[in-house]
Structure formats: C-alpha cells, structure tokens
Design a protein around this ligand. Structure first.
Ligand SMILES: Nc1ncnc2c1ncn2[C@@H]1O[C@H](COP(=O)(O)OP(=O)(O)OP(=O)(O)O)[C@@H](O)[C@H]1O
Length: 319
C-alpha cells in the first residue's frame, strides 16, 4: 500500500506537460429554473503544437467547452488551464490579457470574425493595437508588415485592401485566421470554421489552419461537423453528453515496399475515475444494457454481455 501511495505521489500531475488541460470540467446552466449540465466532468489534454478536432452531436457541449477555453465563459467546477493560465482563477485583467494574447478565435459566421468597415489588413492590425503595451509589434510599420505577412502566408495577400463585403466566404475565413494569429497566440480555437462554406472552399480554409500550425507552431483546436476536416487531423476527440467519449488517432505507416498509408485507430477515453464509455454501436450490436461481465487478462480486459446464467457462455469457455 505504501508503495502504491509512493508511486501515486511520484506520478506527474495530470496535464503537467500539456498546453491545454481540462480536468473533470463541469458547466451547469440554469434557465427558467431548469438546470442543464452542458459539461459533466470533461477531461481533455492537448499538447503544444497539436492540430486536433472536436466532434460530437448537437448539444453535446462542444461550444460550451470552446467558450470556456476562449476565456468567454467560466466553468462551474473542475480545473482548466491553457498555457499556464488557470481559467477558473483569472481576475478581470488577466482574463483580458489571456483573450488578447494567449488565444485566437475563429467563429463559424464569417461576418462575426471581421469588422465590415475595415480592410483585411486593418482587421489584422486591430488586435495588435489592442494588445497590452510592451507585447507584439510596437510600431505602426511593424504591425502593418506582420499583417501583410500573415495574409500572404494564408494565401489571401491579394485581399489586403479589401473590405469583407469584397471578399468571398473562404477569403473572409482565411483573413479571420490571420486576425486570430495577429498576436502570436499559443492556441487558435475555431468553432465550425468551414460550416458556411462549400467543400472546396472549406478545404482551403482548413489548409490555412494547417499552414498556421506547421509554419508558426500554433496549437489549433477545431470544433467541426465537417468530415473532411475531422479526417484530416492527427487526433479527433468525440464529445458525448458533456464528456470526452472516444478519440481517433491517425498515424502514417510505411509498409515493406516503402508505401505510406494513414492508419486510423479508435480509442475509448478512460477518465480520471477509470470510467469508460462503450461506443453506442458496440453496445447495440451485443444488446448490452445495464452491466457487463469483465475479465482481466494479462494484456487486455474482456468485456462480455450480461447473459442470463443458464446461457452465460464466453468465447474460450469449454463447450
Ligand atoms: N447559455 C445557456 N443557457 C442554458 N443552456 C445552455 C446555454 N448554452 C448551452 N446550453 C445547453 O448546454 C448544452 C450544450 O450546448 P453546446 O452549445 O455546448 O452544444 P454543442 O455541442 O456545441 O452543440 P451544436 O453542435 O448544436 O453547436 C445544450 O443542452 C444547450 O442547450
């Protein structure tokens, strides 16, 4: 017992090396006296430099999570930190600094991302002007140069002097990514950034996120219903009923002929209390309802449907 306690003490703290760490995050909304548990103990770790997607049915809690990570909303309970900022303990000044310098945000509605009376370049310069004195490019010339550089990098340098109304939806979203990157944030959060776009334009916008991730090392978290986006990232985390339920991790493998292919594996999330959510199609396929039979094997755990005693039979049992 002492050894177990010592091992627990020596284990690094949860999320210690992650850029984003959510630990048993809870968010309860009260509307007309009715409580809605939008997040019900959500755990999530995101490493520095990751480009990852969050998926889930409508109402599963994705936007709630993103708003908390953006510093726009505060969780009811749990712990959350981004880039060393404790999202539950920030005072107003720290929250403002966090929103201006640590996170960038891209919304689904193109009109929400850019001010209509400013050009693309002026839109990118604006957050640099608003950032606390002492950080970011200090002179007007340096800010203008950075705005032009970012627009060029994202393939919309030609929109430099255009106002949003003179740009297509895809161009506006790429300019919006430049705005989000203006103050060189640690993380860019995006809520359905390709939701209003056709698939070809959506691909261009996703490519801009990838460019930001690869060229600048910015961590990118995208909430999406777009399969093209969810399938193109290395890690896609699925949220169900306010918790992370499963994730798909993609790896590039090289076969003996030197042929590269991407192999996707689906994992179920085990939360900090050891809880595991079985995918619904698995439970439906075996008619699993309230409980399962577990068996610990040397290298895996067997999970069997709870059959009536007289029919109880597992693979491997003598006939
Ligand atoms: N301000 C609020 N007041 C009351 N309930 C809310 C509020 N915001 C969200 N909810 C509820 O919390 C739950 C999660 O909502 P959320 O918007 O996070 O889901 P989502 O996964 O982003 O859905 P969608 O894909 O439709 O955007 C829903 O039941 C929603 O009705």
């Amino acid at each position: 017992m002492e050894r177990a306690a010592a091992e627990r003490r020596e284990r690094p703290a949860y999320g210690k090396d992650s850029l984003i760490s959510c630990d048993r995050l809870v968010r309860i909304f009260t509307a007309d006296g009715v409580e809605v548990q939008a997040l019900q103990g959500l755990d999530l770790l995101v490493a520095q430099g990751e480009l990852m997607a969050l998926v889930g049915a409508s109402g599963s809690g994705k936007s709630t999570l993103l708003n908390i990570l953006a510093g726009l909303d505060v969780p009811t309970a749990g712990a959350a930190s981004v880039g060393g900022y404790d999202l539950l303990a920030m005072d107003a000044a720290a929250r403002l600094r966090y929103r201006r310098e640590i996170v960038g945000f891209v919304w689904q509605q193109t009109a929400r991302n850019l001010l209509p009376y400013l050009t693309a370049a002026q839109n990118v310069v604006l957050p640099m002007q608003l950032a606390a004195r002492g950080s970011g490019p200090r002179t007007r010339r340096k800010r203008a140069a950075r705005a032009a550089e970012l627009l060029d990098m994202l393939g919309v340098g030609y929109c430099h002097d255009r106002r949003p109304a003179q740009m297509s939806g895809g161009e506006q979203q790429r300019a919006a990514i430049a705005v989000a990157l203006a103050n060189d944030p640690a993380v860019v959060l995006a809520d359905e950034p390709t939701g209003e776009l056709d698939s070809a334009t959506g691909e261009q916008v996703f490519a801009a996120f990838r460019t930001a991730n690869e060229e600048l090392g910015t961590t990118v978290v995208v909430v999406t219903h777009d399969h093209a986006v969810a399938d193109a990232v290395r890690r896609t985390v699925a949220i169900r009923d306010g918790r992370t339920a499963s994730e798909v991790v993609r790896r590039t493998e090289v076969d003996e002929h030197g042929q590269e292919s991407v192999v996707a594996r689906e994992y179920a999330t085990v939360d900090r209390a050891g809880r595991l959510q079985l995918p619904r199609d698995y439970t439906d396929a075996l008619d699993i309802r309230s409980r399962v039979l577990l068996e610990l094997e040397p290298d895996h755990i067997g999970v069997w449907p709870d059959l009536p005693q007289d029919r109880a039979e597992r693979p491997g049992d003598p006939k």
